[in-house]
Design a protein around this ligand. Structure first.
Ligand SMILES: Cc1cc2nc3c(=O)[nH]c(=O)nc-3n(C[C@H](O)[C@H](O)[C@H](O)COP(=O)(O)O)c2cc1C
Ligand SMILES: Nc1ncnc2c1ncn2[C@@H]1O[C@H](COP(=O)(O)OP(=O)(O)OP(=O)(O)O)[C@@H](O)[C@H]1O
Length: 301
């Protein structure tokens, strides 16, 4: 996959056209996957290159740029991560069509959802693309929204579910398990003292985490997955200054992981993070959480 961050530097392969899908693509949820599958179909015979054109809004996001890139590896020929700069924001819709979609991407197929909007003041939309398509030589596919019950799947819906701690719903909307990655750093060593050594990991910058609380997790260390129980939050019982961390206790791991990069997947919500009266009360609750996690994975709820 070709990864492009500066659209000015990019040109579709000589003599080839492209099948392009456009949007923010923060989540790469099941709705986004529908669009990506369509451009893949067009590119299957090699006649056109498939292009995912994503606008990076520079906000807190579900996927870091690196994660989006990894998830799309092997799924598309080209990923354009286009910064949503003033220049892009203020570009007239027709200029975007002419200068970017036609001149740079040689678009033959454009695949968007029903509510896709673009260009200065969002004046461009899917209908406008379809109207001018014949004149510029591209076909437009407007894809019906993938639904969850009677609500459209969207990145906003995934963010809301995470905010409520409902990772099961978020994972269903995504079609994969929500995760974060980070380097294991030293904690206060209290966990070890109370019998539950944990790995402490700070989330990447601007990465959205689920609501503060306890989750059944899967954790990848050195390419191996382990069942675990984790806490997302600021440990109010033991920390005076809040520092957001995800902390995980792995069931079958007894080595030193400091400095290693691990991946944490959030599988199920157990309870909200609490401030306990002291370490004894925390320890009593931790035992219950650990029991819950063990049952979650062993009874495969
Ligand atoms: C499953 C689990 C649940 C936790 N729940 C809470 C909690 O509700 N409140 C809290 O203050 N800390 C909670 N913690 C964090 C503990 O305070 C922390 O593990 C302990 O202080 C050890 O921290 P250390 O690794 O920095 O030594 C939880 C940790 C785990 C692994
Ligand atoms: N549920 C869906 N089914 C099909 N297409 C979708 C769906 N959601 C979004 N799309 C389309 O995918 C492209 C990228 O969508 P985009 O990420 O901008 O929207 P979104 O997921 O609704 O995010 P947000 O909630 O932040 O607005 C757009 O063309 C959009 O119309």
């Amino acid at each position: 996959m070709q990864y492009v961050t500066d659209i000015q530097e990019f040109q579709v392969e000589e003599g080839k056209g492209s099948a392009v899908t456009l949007g923010k693509f923060d989540a790469l949820h099941r709705g986004h996957q529908k669009l990506i599958n369509r451009i893949r179909e067009y590119a299957k015979d090699g006649s056109v290159q498939s292009v995912v054109f994503s606008f990076d809004m520079h906000k807190d996001s579900l996927l870091t740029a690196e994660e989006r890139r990894e998830l799309l590896e092997g799924q598309t020929d080209v990923l354009i991560a286009c910064s949503f700069t003033k220049e892009i924001r203020e570009m007239e819709a027709m200029d975007f069509i002419r200068d970017v979609l036609v001149k740079k991407l040689h678009a033959r197929y454009i695949v968007v959802g029903t509510d896709f909007r673009f260009g200065h003041c969002q004046r461009g939309d899917a209908r406008m693309l379809a109207e001018v398509g014949p004149q510029f030589g591209f076909q437009v596919d407007i894809i019906e929204k993938e639904m969850y019950g009677n609500r459209e799947i969207s990145s906003t819906f995934v963010r809301e579910s995470l905010r409520e701690g409902n990772v099961e719903l978020a994972n269903n909307l995504l079609g994969y398990t929500y995760q974060m990655e980070g380097v294991v750093r030293t904690g206060n060593q209290i966990g070890r003292k109370i019998g539950f050594p944990t790995m402490n990991v700070a989330p990447p910058d601007r990465k959205i985490l689920p609501k503060y609380g306890v989750y059944a997790c899967k954790v990848k260390v050195d390419d191996k997955w382990y069942p675990a129980i984790g806490n997302v939050g600021v440990k109010p019982t033991v920390e005076e200054t809040p520092v957001l961390l995800t902390e995980v206790y792995l069931y079958d791991y007894d080595q030193d992981a400091y400095g290693k990069t691990i991946t944490i997947q959030f599988c199920a919500f157990k309870r909200a993070e609490q401030k306990f009266s002291g370490l004894e009360e925390l320890k009593t609750q931790l035992k219950k959480d650990i029991q819950y996690g063990w049952e979650y994975f062993h009874e495969k709820k």
